[in-house]
Write a protein that binds this ligand. Structure first.
Ligand SMILES: [Zn+2]
Length: 255
């Protein structure tokens, strides 16, 4: 079990609603103070056994939780040190195996806010793996949809890919284990649901079938369809969940 999950277990916390970040911080000798900050989103002033954490008070509640968790990650992994973390240091969904201090703190925050041992059973109980279900899941963990969706995609055996776009193209992608090796296009196809959401953000539509060529640039891939469902995130990007409908697409193109 990873350190943040270990801590939750030691504290006897087993339900999402009981993940009280301020109380958890108190238990490990850190105090969180929400206040106005300029030039950074959160910071920790750490000594040997006590830390003070400042988190910007005028950010979204889900973001506040994650940023506080990020500083607790610094407290766990980089005890005694002080950090000043800018918005771009916190919650960047890239390689979670990175040893970079900011990524290590992010991984801790994700484990604290969305612990695997709580989310895995909920994923198993989900009848469908859709954005609607993931939004609901995010709500129960008071976490952002993006962070929750990344977590869920990393844990599920459904053949899905989660992708974030802006108008300039793909920002990042996370394939699930069963879709591993598939790589979506760098650009954004103007016919895709992701582009539609960016151009005219609207209510979450159900998943729709789209030609796989909207998403992948590979020879003859147009004979396959995928299910795509897109939404606009608070970050102003589109978040799309692609479901691979045909195992053959994976067999041919994933490597
Ligand atoms: Zn940091």
């Amino acid at each position: 079990m990873r350190p943040a999950e270990q801590l939750l277990t030691e504290l006897g916390i087993s339900e999402p609603r009981d993940i009280d970040i301020d109380a958890i911080a108190y238990c490990v000798g850190a105090e969180i103070d929400y206040r106005s900050l300029t030039g950074c989103e959160a910071q920790i002033i750490g000594r040997a056994d006590r830390a003070v954490i400042y988190v910007r008070k005028d950010i979204r509640p889900t973001r506040k939780r994650f940023s506080a968790g990020h500083e607790l990650g610094h407290w766990h992994h980089h005890r005694g040190l002080s950090f000043v973390c800018r918005p771009e240091d916190i919650g960047r969904p890239i390689d979670e195996t990175s040893k970079n201090a900011e990524r290590v703190a992010d991984a801790y925050a994700a484990d604290l806010v969305l612990p695997r041992f709580m989310i895995a059973p909920k994923l198993q109980a989900m009848d469908r793996f859709t954005l609607n279900q993931l939004i609901e899941l995010a709500g129960s963990f008071s976490a952002s949809v993006t962070a929750t969706a990344i977590r869920a995609v990393r844990l599920t055996r459904n053949p899905v890919i989660l992708i974030a776009h802006n108008f300039f193209g793909r920002r990042w992608q996370w394939p699930s284990i069963t879709a591993h090796g598939l790589r979506v296009r760098d650009d954004i196809d103007a016919r895709s649901s992701a582009f539609g959401q960016l151009a005219a953000p609207g209510k979450l539509a159900p998943p729709r079938k789209e030609p796989a060529s909207y998403w992948f640039e590979r020879r003859h891939i147009e004979r396959f369809d995928v299910d795509a469902q897109s939404m606009t995130t608070v970050e102003g990007e589109s978040l799309t969940l692609i479901r691979i409908l045909d195992q053959e697409l994976i067999d041919i193109y994933a490597h």
